[in-house]
Each structure stands twice: as structure tokens, then as C-alpha cells.
Design a protein around this ligand. Structure first.
Ligand SMILES: [Zn+2]
Length: 446
């Protein structure tokens, strides 16, 4: 076809494909146990919302901007192995020209931020203007003063609606109160309602935790978190899902997306279409959904790793059934998850009841890549530490002060100084070890 004065080799066909640099959090299943190993990598994954560009003659094509050079834009046409073309910007519609300018502006401000040295892990989680801007935009209030929830429960009879169903491009969109599901096959409302329960319950858990993760507080009528669902594992992987994973959070700008193959949701193909087969007690999804709901500052140096993953595992390890998280009785489950393989083969980190831990300062300040490099141990230890600050310190004042400091831009040792609140690392090590000792776990710090 001809487009914007160029001969393009083939029609654009894939709705869901384009290449962007993405940082991904990966969950891998190992046998029947869920051994969780999340990594951030400069993964050349695929984004899900390429733009439709229109040339001056009104012809459309799906593409991603690769770069802008003077008067020309380099567009990567969306299709398998899509080629890139340099196109004079003037050949594109006014709207597209505006979009390209905006794109270039964003790129430049991103460069400036990096030059300021503020990018690090925080930007890998997506700095979309930060939480302050989010709170302003949606008029949100923090909830640091709320009580720790004892039970999280949602209405399992919630409304689900069909937004659009387009056979032609295999795009089917459904809404639950706080989520938008974009699927490549048609699903019945009843099936969507069944699996949406776990999504909504996880969001409610994040909302009720008095840690002010504001992304969980934005009302669904104003913003729905996006979930891309794939009929097959192959389609999931084609779109950037890591092989062997049951679901993945991909951060892109301020709001990341979660991608999930239908099989991970217990949705299977039957004679008359898809049906919901089981109420999966799957720890992968709540973990990834928590990343999606976690405010960007909580991925800063000083909290990334031990806390960002500790929080996701805290939610994922709390007993869940049919729209309910049993928070008040989660200690046993969390301890078993860290020390053993968990009940009924449901996964665990098997660190044992006598744990040799590294120096706490090193552990808390290590870069995310080193955190994930020794994933099994670090996730388990991160969960013990997060649990300690959540539920074992006399009051949560130190934790709250720490989270507030992160929100105001403190990072690294500066942020942890607030958490230490005058204690040395050695003193904190003693307190953590003592608290866990009384719950049957012995930790020896190096
Ligand atoms: Zn993770």
C-alpha cells in the first residue's frame, strides 16, 4: 500500500504489537510451587497501544514513533517484524503533527530528569508526574491514619459491563468497577464477573492498607486500571509476556498495564465459549496487581526491592478466597510461605526457620538488579522485613514517616534514616530478629 508518499510492504495487521523499551516484572512458575522471581530488565517488549497515524490524504496506519529528527519522524509500522520508515512530518495530519511535538517534548524532559540523576529505579516504575499530581487531579486524601484492615471483602455481585466487542480486530472490552479488561476473544459477562472478583479484591486490599498507595484510591469511574487478556499463551508471549510466566506487570509511563493469559485466570474453553473453571488461589496475580497499584515513589532507592516486593508478596501471601482477604490471620501463612513450601504444595521460599541474613544495610540499599539476582532469598527476607514494619513494631510511626519521606522525594540512605528514627542498623537488626524469634523464625544477620 502507499502511505504518506511511501511504498509500504504490507498491511498493518496486529492490533497488539509494537516495540518499546520496557521494564518488566516477571513471575515464573517452577513445578507446582510458585517460586517467584521478579526481574527488571531493559526488555524490548511490546506495547499495546500503537497510535493510528493519518497522512494528509486521510489514509491510516498503525505505528510507533521511534525518533524525531528535524523535519522527519521515524515510524515503526506495526506488524510482525515491522519496518521503520523516515517520513516528513509535514505529510501527516495536523493532529499527528501535534502528537509528534508532544512526544518529542516528553522525550526531552525525560532526558533532563536522567541528567538530574533522579531516574534510577523510580523511573523504571514509571514517573508519571508523581503521586502529588495524582492526588490533586482526583482530589484524594492520604490514609496513613487508618487502622490496619482485619478483613478485606468486596461485593462479589458487582456490575460488569460490555464496552465494545469487535470481532474484526479481535478486541473485546469489559469493565468491572475499577478495571478495564481488554481481551482478544469474546467472554460472557458472567465469566468476566467471576475472575474480576480477585482483581477488585486486590485493589480493595491495597486501598484499605494505611500506606496511602494512591493509585488504589482513584475511583473507577474516573480511571480504570488496564488488564490485557490473551486467549493463548502464544499470543501472551508475542506481546511481551515472559515465557513460563502466569502474568506480568509492565510499567510504561505513569500507569503500567498487567497482561495475563486466560489460563492463569481459570478461564477455559468449553463447547459454548469460555467458562470460568476455578476460583484460583493464584499468588501471581495479586502480586503483579499490587505493583500496578503501588505508587511510583515506593519504587525509589531505599524501598525498591525489599519493600516494593515485600508489599506485593504481603498481599499475595495473605489468605484469599472468593473476594475476601483474611488479613487478621495472615501471620501463619506468611511465615510458612517464607520458611517452607507452604501448605498443600501451594508454593513457598523454603528458607527454613533458621535464616542467615546479610547485613541489613546492604540488604536494604542494594540495587534492584542485585535484589532479583538472588530472588528467592531476597523476596522471602523482604517479606519478613515488610511484615515487621507493618505488624510487629509497636506502632507504625516509623513506617509512616518513611513512606511520607519517599513521597516527598527522599531516597536511599536519606529515606532509611527516617525509618531508623535514630536507631543504628545493628539495633534494628536486633529488633527484627527478636520480633521474628518470638514467632518461631530465627534470623542471624551477618
Ligand atoms: Zn514483583
Amino acid at each position: 500500500m502507499r502511505w504518506a508518499g511511501l511504498e509500504l510492504k504490507s498491511e498493518f495487521e496486529l492490533e497488539l504489537a509494537s516495540r518499546l523499551l520496557l521494564h518488566i516484572w516477571v513471575i515464573m512458575f517452577v513445578f507446582r510451587l510458585v517460586a517467584i522471581l521478579c526481574l527488571v530488565s531493559g526488555f524490548a517488549g511490546q506495547a499495546l497501544d500503537a497510535r493510528t497515524f493519518t497522512d494528509k490524504k486521510g489514509r491510516e496506519i498503525k505505528a510507533d514513533i521511534v525518533s524525531v529528527d528535524g523535519d522527519s519522524v521515524e515510524l515503526k509500522i506495526i506488524k510482525k517484524g515491522g519496518k521503520t520508515y523516515m517520513i516528513p512530518i509535514s505529510k501527516l495530519s495536523e493532529t499527528d503533527q501535534g502528537f509528534i511535538k508532544e512526544w518529542q517534548r516528553n522525550k526531552e524532559s525525560e532526558k533532563e530528569r536522567k541528567a538530574d540523576g533522579h531516574e534510577e529505579e523510580a523511573s523504571s516504575a514509571g514517573r508519571g508526574g508523581g503521586t502529588m499530581a495524582l492526588m490533586d487531579k482526583y482530589d484524594l486524601k492520604d490514609n496513613y491514619d487508618a487502622d490496619w484492615p482485619r478483613l478485606v471483602s468486596i461485593d462479589i455481585g458487582m456490575d460488569v459491563s460490555v464496552i465494545s466487542e469487535d470481532e474484526g480486530v479481535s478486541k473485546f472490552i469489559y469493565h468491572s468497577p475499577n478495571y478495564e479488561f481488554v481481551c482478544d476473544v469474546a467472554l460472557s459477562k458472567n465469566v468476566v464477573k467471576k475472575f474480576a472478583v480477585m482483581f477488585e479484591a486486590t485493589r480493595e486490599f491495597c486501598r484499605l492498607l494505611p500506606i496511602s498507595t494512591m493509585k488504589a484510591h482513584v475511583p473507577g469511574e474516573q480511571f480504570r486500571h488496564k488488564i490485557f487478556l490473551f486467549e493463548t499463551k502464544e499470543a501472551y508471549m508475542q506481546n511481551g509476556g515472559p515465557p513460563g510466566s502466569a502474568g506480568v506487570f509492565m510499567s510504561r509511563g505513569g500507569n503500567g498495564v498487567v497482561m495475563v493469559p486466560l489460563t492463569s485466570l481459570g478461564v477455559i474453553k468449553g463447547k459454548g465459549g469460555y467458562r470460568f473453571d476455578y476460583d484460583g488461589s493464584n499468588k501471581t496475580l495479586p502480586h503483579e496487581l499490587t505493583h500496578q497499584l503501588c505508587d511510583v515513589e515506593y519504587f525509589s532507592s531505599g524501598s525498591v526491592g525489599w519493600f516494593s516486593e515485600g508489599l506485593a508478596d504481603y498481599i499475595a501471601t495473605t489468605p484469599y478466597r472468593s473476594g475476601k482477604f483474611m488479613v487478621r490471620s495472615n501471620l501463619d501463612e506468611i511465615r510458612d510461605y517464607v520458611t517452607a513450601y507452604g501448605e498443600k504444595g501451594r508454593g513457598g521460599r523454603a528458607l527454613g526457620e533458621e535464616i542467615e541474613a546479610p547485613d541489613l544495610k546492604e540488604f536494604m540499599l542494594q540495587p534492584y538488579q542485585s535484589f532479583t539476582a538472588n530472588g528467592n532469598f531476597n523476596y522471602g527476607m523482604g517479606l519478613l522485613l515488610t511484615y515487621y514494619f507493618f505488624q510487629m513494631e509497636d506502632n507504625r510511626a516509623n513506617m509512616v514517616a518513611f513512606l511520607k519521606a519517599l513521597k516527598t522525594g527522599k531516597q536511599g540512605q536519606d529515606a532509611i534514616d527516617v525509618l531508623l528514627n535514630g536507631r543504628s542498623y545493628e539495633e534494628l537488626e536486633e529488633q527484627v530478629a527478636k520480633a521474628w524469634k518470638s514467632r518461631g523464625v530465627s534470623i542471624t544477620f551477618r
